[in-house]
Write a protein that binds this ligand. Structure first.
Ligand code: PRP
Length: 177
């Protein structure tokens, strides 16, 4: 696939500074709690990798892969679990690591699903948030950047599975919102 021209929205340097700032807050808030960082595949892997290397408290990581049941049912908020956690989260402090919150449907479902498993706490850290797109009432506990309703790629985010490798967050030139 040929990569089209992109326009930087958030530079690699700005991202790294924000990731360190978020990690500093999580370091303080989770001191002594040995949290489980739950990375939602695939987009959040780059953020997770940078974020966890900025943390000084001990953490564990695990991964989930989810997908909505298809465009026609997306608004129903029903999410299919493609890959589940490897271990129990009973009594654990779970911190969901996301790259972006858009409609909020994925996280709404995920948080409810996880809460039914008896964790001590479930919180959310997201690098990006598009508040204008929200369809359900859900907010991140830690948010890097609130961004306008534009189609963004890079730093884990894709367009047709491409562009995830970009070190910055960019807007595809000529892309529709
Ligand atoms: C993105 C993102 C969130 C979800 C947010 O994942 O990583 O999981 O969409 O959208 P929502 O708030 O409207 O539910 P995507 O489905 O693009 O999968 P990917 O991370 O594998 O690219």
């Amino acid at each position: 696939m040929q990569l089209q021209e992109t326009k930087t929205l958030i530079s690699a340097g700005e991202i790294q500074a924000k990731v360190a700032e978020l990690a500093g807050r999580v370091d303080k808030d989770y001191y002594g709690k040995n949290p489980l960082l739950l990375c939602v595949l695939k987009g959040a892997v780059i953020f997770l990798a940078d974020f966890m290397r900025c943390l000084t408290i001990p953490v564990e990581i695990d991964f989930m892969a989810v997908s909505s049941y298809g465009a026609s049912t997306k608004s129903s908020g029903v999410v299919r679990i493609l890959k589940d956690l490897e271990s129990s989260i009973e009594g654990r402090h779970v911190l969901i690591v996301e790259d972006i919150i858009d409609t909020g449907l994925t996280l709404k479902y995920l948080v409810e699903n996880l809460r039914s498993r008896g964790p001590a706490t479930v919180k959310i850290v997201t690098l990006l948030d598009k508040p204008d797109r929200r369809e359900v009432d859900i907010e991140a506990d830690y948010c890097g950047f609130k961004i306008p309703n534009e189609f963004v790629v890079g730093y884990g985010l894709d367009y047709n599975e491409g562009y995830r490798q970009l070190p910055q967050v960019s807007v595809l030139k000529g892309s529709q919102k």
